[in-house]
Every structure is written in structure tokens, then in C-alpha cells.
Design a binder for this molecule. Structure first.
Ligand SMILES: Nc1ncnc2c1ncn2[C@@H]1O[C@H](COP(=O)(O)OP(=O)(O)OP(=O)(O)O)[C@@H](O)[C@H]1O
Ligand SMILES: [Mg+2]
Length: 277
């Protein structure tokens, strides 16, 4: 199975939110990386047929997704960026409800709901109301609802928003597990969320895919990169003499730095983003 985006474009009046994108996606994890307003959600909403392109097409194994209807919806799971919740529903009832909307038979839905709740680590919270869950638990319930029909294409819009570092790690493991034999496209503006799990990174800026490939390939192709690292206060002055430091913040007795440099400026520095992306 593949998804081909052919000259995909979305304009809102004069404004071009998605600008003539041509990419092909197969199985594996694709990380859609871009700052606020880059066009990630607009692109994803078109991939979910919720928004019609102004120009261009999307083909799933050669078929126009806007003509496939039910056939495409059966292949698709989607976690929207601002996903609506039913605060009074328990996790279990919420998933059964989504399964019913998707036309899954009750016996299958019950089995699937149980399996998915276990998979996303919510077994103990299965009978808790959604309004009582933490942000991370809600996201996991959101991922479970996107998985209810065992989709071949899983689209997750900023699934890590608001998660703490531990939740992020758990989330990365979950996505790796879910990505076996399916296509996962997830958006984020945090490189470390996708650094280890994305087979391919799509860097989006002003509606266009400006770079594409493995993280190493992307890093190699950039003249200047932004790095983040945490250093001891006494090391700061040597670093600022040598490198361009764009941001500095004292944190837990150390100092968090954002450094613009072609090379890795410090042993523990991690690549953050292109300086102009
Ligand atoms: N319905 C709309 N009408 C007009 N402009 C829109 C509409 N939807 C999105 N836009 C504009 O398109 C651009 C891309 O928005 P989009 O939500 O796709 O970005 P994003 O990359 O998902 O950003 P974020 O990281 O903040 O979620 C923004 O400038 C936004 O204001
Ligand atoms: Mg968005």
C-alpha cells in the first residue's frame, strides 16, 4: 500500500497553506516536523479527506482517496490535534462508542477495546471517566480510538503535545509498536519525539516540504543547525565565546542553551531544528 501526494495544494483565499507537495509514503513512521503554522494540520486534514485540496490529488494504491469513501475510511485512523472528548464517558465506553460509529460489530468491538486499552497502558483506568485522566492518559485514549479499526494508515496530529518526558518515552515505544506493518504519520515540532522512531522525516515550512529523509541526511544537508544542550554555569562563557547562542535559560542548577552551529558544539548537544525552519 502507498499514499501518493501529487501536487497537493490548499489555499485559504490568497493564502497558500499547503504548497504543491509531492511525496510518496509507504509503511513505516513518517515524522512531519514544522513550526506553528507550517501547514501540518492542513495537510493531515486533507489526508483524512476532511478538507478538499484546492489543487492536486492524493492516491491510495493508485485510487483517488476522495472517491474511495468507505474503503478509505476503513484504512484510516486519525487523532486530531484538538480532539473532542466526552468527559463523562469512561475510557472503555468511549472506545466502544467510537467503534459503534465506525460500524464495528459489538463482539469484535469489545475484544478490540480490551486489547487496545491494554496496549496503550490504560487497563487500570478503563473504567475511569475521561475527565479524570491526566493529559498523557487522554492522549493514549486518543491513540486507542484512532486504532480501533486496526487502520493501515494512522495519522496522529501532535500526539505528544503536553506530555511530560516520561510520557514521551512511553509514547515513542507505543508508536514503534503500532508502526509494525502500517503507515504512521505524526506531526510534531519537537525533533526528539521522532528522532529515534521515524524512518523518514518530512520537514515542513510555509506549506512546503523543504527537506526529507533520515535525520542524519537532513542534518548533513543543512548549513546551520540549532542545537540544544544543558551545561554547567561555569561553562557558559567559553561556549558563548565560541558559538552563536540564541537562547539561554537557567534550569535546575544548570543552563539550557540553544546554539546555532554547523557542527555539534558540545558532547551532549542534541539537534533541534534548522535555524530558519
Ligand atoms: N480554515 C482556515 N482558514 C484560513 N486559514 C487557515 C485555515 N486553517 C489553517 N489556516 C492557516 O494555514 C496555516 C497553516 O495552518 P496549520 O494549522 O495547518 O499549521 P500547523 O503546522 O498545523 O500549525 P500548529 O503547529 O500550530 O498546529 C496557518 O497560517 C493558518 O492560519
Ligand atoms: Mg497543527
Amino acid at each position: 500500500m502507498d499514499l501518493v501526494l501529487d501536487n497537493l495544494t490548499k489555499e485559504f483565499g490568497e493564502f497558500v497553506a499547503v504548497d504543491h507537495i509531492n511525496i510518496t509514503m509507504t509503511s513505516g513512521v513518517y515524522g512531519l516536523l514544522g513550526v506553528n503554522g507550517a501547514g501540518k494540520t492542513t495537510l493531515m486534514r486533507m489526508l483524512c479527506t476532511l478538507l478538499k485540496p484546492t489543487d492536486g490529488n492524493i492516491y491510495c494504491s493508485g485510487k483517488d482517496i476522495f472517491k474511495m469513501e468507505e474503503e478509505y475510511r476503513n484504512l484510516l485512523g486519525y487523532l486530531p490535534q484538538d480532539f473532542g472528548f466526552y468527559p463523562e464517558f469512561t475510557v472503555k465506553d468511549y472506545l466502544l462508542y467510537i467503534a459503534a460509529i465506525k460500524g464495528i460489530r459489538p463482539a469484535v468491538a469489545r475484544k478490540r477495546t480490551k486489547e487496545l486499552i491494554a496496549k496503550v497502558g490504560l487497563t487500570k483506568a478503563a473504567d475511569k471517566k475521561l475527565k479524570k485522566l491526566s493529559g498523557g492518559m487522554k492522549r493514549r485514549a486518543g491513540i486507542a480510538q484512532a486504532m480501533i479499526n486496526n487502520p493501515q494508515i494512522l495519522i496522529l496530529d501532535e500526539p505528544t503535545a503536553g506530555l511530560d518526558p516520561n510520557e514521551r518515552i512511553r509514547f515513542r515505544n507505543l508508536i514503534s509498536e503500532l508502526s509494525e506493518e502500517r503507515m504512521v504519520l505524526l506531526s510534531t515540532h519537537i525533533v526528539s519525539d521522532i528522532e529515534y522512531i521515524a524512518n523518514e522525516i518530512l520537514m515542513m515550512k510555509d506549506g512546503a516540504i523543504i527537506n526529507q529523509g533520515t535525520l542524519d541526511k537532513i542534518i548533513d544537508s543543512m548549513p546551520e543547525r540549532v542545537w540544544t544542550c544543558s551545561v554547567r554555569p561555569q561553562e557558559v562563557s567559553a561556549i558563548t565565546k565560541r558559538y552563536k547562542v540564541s537562547n539561554m535559560k537557567s534550569e535546575h542548577g544548570g543552563v539550557d542553551l540553544r546554539i546555532i552551529s554547523a557542527e555539534k558544539p558540545y558532547e551532549s548537544a542534541v539537534f533541534a531544528c534548522s535555524s530558519d525552519a
